[in-house]
Design a protein. Sequence first.
Length: 115
Amino acid sequence: QVQLVESGGGLVQAGGSLRLSCAASGSTRSIRTMGWHRQAPGKQRELVASISRSSNTNYADSVKGRFTISRDNGKNTVYLQMDNLTPEDTAVYYCNAEGWINDYWGQGTQVTVSS
């Protein structure tokens, strides 16, 4: 089993920045790709960014050039640096870890961007 704990959400004005962190514990050697998803009210959960164990990254078109995902395998932690935030980025952000057999999710952290 893998446990994920997110931190770093909050309220920020448009144009501002936030950095999310997600620390994994438990059977961390089973983790392959880690990522961030988000879900806005009334919308489906969507992938924001993902990063493989070898640091290959993938971004949603809507965040390319503004968000940066990184990973510290030694600390079993993944980060999401979010710059130039817009109200459209308001959502609950969920950390995700893909294992060889199971997928794991964090509890979510709220990000609210005011205009």
